[in-house]
Design a protein around this ligand. Structure first.
Ligand code: PEP
Ligand code: MG
Length: 753
């Protein structure tokens, strides 16, 4: 293989490959021809194709140059040897001297003794490694980047062709379920509670690319250009609200529009087309590359934003292949997918959608936000969902118990139908008390606010009839963006929030992002511990232009209204003072420029870093309000990563430590007449909310769907009974007070425990 291999040579090789794969005869025979052709064209001594089999094992499937006896005999586990290494990391390897690599394993049956250099690339299809393609030469020789790229393009074409011919059956990659008549339980993580019963609908199984190799790159560039125009139009239509209530998702869709115009993305696709692939194959290749790169970054938020990219790439592929996105649903549909983008979810008829099951997914993904707003139960991280569930399988999705039941028996269906009916009744009950105050039986009034982050949540404010927005997470819609939108775009968004709140107070929290997210990837490298890293107020104090622009937009959006601004992750009062100074500068600038002042201004802080607990006197002297963020405060108090599922139930919010700490903060704030609230997840759990009341809290902020249950528990309890019991429990040595408190509440007929 030599550097003189040109783009024209690559195009010719790809079209020969296509002809061989499209030919007749057994798949094995065609693969044998393919590897011979690659070896010949790349002037290598060996070309081998390893294919992923059941149990994460890579099997030598075809080879030119190694011993034929090794075919179907040589097997390597993922991670074993160089081939296993390539598959494990989905990364190419190019080694002039493969033998000196520590991962090299020698397999005598292959006759590898003669081959020195090795270049291998993963074969990726629909974002998964399905095999490894390797070339080797006798002499020791380095490979250059262009050669690696060439082999990657070839591998991608073979991977697609293999998937189309089903060389390895999908079922084979997963263990058999045993008796197919028995029901099967699969566990996952609930992203939105609830129960759904229905038939499985597989979400648009990967758009099958018909043509991979093109003879006319110019025509393909035209097709790409037209498809991008169509894509922009589709997104614009969604933004313009042609799909009914789409204006509620405006901010998410706006981000999409920016992606669709991203020059880097478009020019990469265009380059791949020039190397001989069709427009759709090029979109797929660029997307697969991006996917693999992002998966290697240890950043869950960035990974989450992959769904948005998947969504956009799928849309583009679908346009290029002339297919429509919208699938007809049966009346009770449980949508099953690896992951899904928010606009894809919106493409389905939501009245027929009874649940969403995903192999991937996490709480802050955009589709989960949409599903929450539509109140569809969601179970994510269900391992093997795609392999085990077939279209039309009957499924019970029990997000409350974090499981799905496949092929449920009659009894199970009856049981769950009753549960669904009960939930419908419960919802009706919450709706009935929607306009009643959150007041205990003995007359203690509690303010209930919602946590929001998307325009979509404004609907939740109206539906729940909460008192306002206690926490508006401004970073949410922008997490996937390379830079933060300008002041004008931010102003437009905040203005919609303020207008949508119809006079109810909104507390805007300034950006809470890590150093490796918005606008910062070029400034800081990846961090070992982003939760405790250069994030949030630390980042915005160091890059004050970001903070100033954000505050400018907020001030302008609240002219003549109430402005409530809150700073996240404040660790000492000096940080609060510094942030407030920046706020004051922006306020002066606004007035100097002839702007109208907000009707009233309140500047407050989150309390989520424990160090601040020892500066309470100084803090209450300067903050207008304090909001206790128990999610972060818990993780830092207990030194327990809030995203680590293994620790999820290890420490309880209903513990003497957490409740005593909150009680002390409330006592200090109340004495200083500083407004205090709790806005972490615990505020939205009915039993926890009741305990918060017992330690003095009168202001809670939670997701909109929690307002009904919390309102209901408050209305069913007498604080004069609950308070002494909880105060007494605080003296306990137990790590969790939950069960004792629950038993107490049950005994007193308190609802929803
Ligand atoms: C918290 O930490 O409790 C909080 C409300 O902020 P977030 O969940 O956005 O970190
Ligand atoms: Mg926080």
């Amino acid at each position: 293989m030599s550097g003189s291999f040109s783009a024209g040579d690559l195009r010719r090789m790809l079209s020969r490959l296509r002809d061989v794969m499209a030919g007749v005869g057994a798949v094995q025979g065609r693969l044998d021809k393919v590897v011979a052709l690659i070896a010949q064209d790349l002037r290598a001594d060996v070309c081998s194709c390893y294919v992923m089999r059941a149990g994460e094992v890579l099997e030598l499937f075809a080879t030119f140059g190694l011993s034929q006896k090794a075919v179907h005999l040589t097997r390597l586990r993922v991670g074993e040897g160089l081939v296993g290494e390539i598959a494990a990391h989905a990364r190419p390897l190019a080694l002039a001297d493969a033998w000196s690599h520590p991962q090299f394993v020698y397999r005598p049956e292959t006759g590898e003794d003669f081959f020195r250099s090795l270049m291998g690339v993963p074969m990726i299809q629909a974002g998964r490694v399905i095999g490894v393609l390797v070339v080797q030469t006798k002499e020791e020789r380095p490979f250059n980047d262009w050669e690696v790229e060439t082999l990657e393009t070839v591998a991608m074409v073979i991977a697609e062709l293999m998937a189309a011919t089903q060389v390895v059956k999908r079922e084979e990659l997963f263990q058999s379920e045993g008796n197919a008549l028995l029901h099967v339980r699969l566990a996952g993580a609930a992203l939105h509670p609830g129960v759904g019963i229905g038939v499985a609908v597989m979400h648009k199984p990967h758009v099958r690319i018909g043509r991979l190799v093109s003879d006319d790159p110019v025509a393909e560039q035209h097709r790409l250009h037209n498809a991008l125009n169509a894509l922009r139009k589709e997104v614009d239509d969604l933004i313009d609200g042609s799909h009914g209530d789409a204006e509620a998702y405006g901010d998410i869709l706006e981000v999409y529009r920016m992606f669709a115009d991203d020059r880097g993305w478009i020019s990469r696709i265009s380059e791949v087309i020039s190397s001989g692939l069709t427009a759709e194959a090029a979109v797929q290749k660029v997307h697969d590359d991006t996917r693999v790169r992002i998966m290697q970054v240890n950043d869950p938020i960035l990974r989450e934003r992959l769904q948005d990219l998947d969504d956009l790439a799928n849309r583009l592929l679908s346009i290029l292949s002339g297919g429509g996105m919208r699938a007809e649903l049966p009346d009770n549909a449980i949508l099953v997918c690896r992951s899904i983008g928010p606009t894809e979810l919106l493409d389905y008829d939501r009245r027929k959608l009874k649940g969403l099951v995903m192999e991937e997914g996490s709480p802050t993904m955009h589709a989960a936000v949409v599903a929450k707003a539509l109140d569809i139960p969601v179970l994510a991280q269900v391992q093997g969902a795609l392999a085990r569930i077939d279209a039309f399988d009957l499924i019970v999705l029990d997000a409350n118990a974090e499981q799905i039941i496949l092929r449920p028996s009659e009894e199970i269906i009856e049981l769950y139908t009753a549960a669904v009916d009960a939930r419908t009744k419960q919802k009706a009950m919450y709706a009935a008390i929607r306009d009643l105050p959150a007041v205990t039986k003995d007359g203690i009034k509690v303010s209930l606010h919602i946590n929001a982050g998307f325009l979509l949540d404004m609907q939740g404010l109206a539906d729940s009839n909460a008192d306002g927005i206690g926490l508006y997470r401004t970073e949410m819609p922008f997490l996937a963006m390379p830079t933060l939108p300008d002041v004008k775009a931010q102003y437009a968004l905040y203005k919609q929030v303020v207008d949508g709140a119809k006079g109810k107070p909104v507390t805007f929290r300034t950006l809470d992002v890590g150093g490796d997210k918005i606008a910062a990837s070029s400034v800081s490298g990846p961090e070992d511990n982003p939760a405790m890293g250069w994030r949030s107020i630390r980042l915005t104090l160091d890059r004050p232009a970001l903070l100033r622009q954000q505050l400018r937009a907020m001030i302008k959006a609240t002219e003549g209204e109430t402005l409530r601004v809150m700073f996240p992750m404040i660790a000492n009062v000096a940080e609060f003072d510094a942030a407030r100074r920046i706020f004051n500068l922006e306020m002066e600038r606004h007035i100097r420029n002839g702007g109208r002042a907000p009707k009233s201004v309140k500047v407050g802080t989150m309390l989520e870093v424990p160090s601040l607990l020892w500066q309470m006197d100084a803090l209450v002297a300067r903050a207008d309000f304090i909001s206790i963020g128990t999610n972060d405060l818990m993780q830092f108090m207990y030194a327990a990563d809030r995203g680590n599922t293994r620790l999820a139930n290890r420490y309880d919010t209903l513990s003497p430590a957490v409740l005593s700490m909150i009680r002390d903060v409330i006592v200090r704030c109340t004495a200083a007449k500083v407004e205090v609230s709790v806005c972490g997840e615990m505020a939205g759990k009915p039993l926890d909310a009741l305990a918060l009341l017992a330690v003095g809290c009168r202001n809670l902020s939670m997701s909109a769907s929690a307002i009904g249950p919390v309102r209901s528990i408050i209305r069913s309890a007498a604080l004069a009974e609950v308070e002494p019991f909880v105060q007494d429990l605080l003296k306990s040595d137990d790590s969790s007070l939950r069960e004792r408190f629950r038993a107490f509440a049950r005994d007193r007929g308190i609802s929803g425990v």
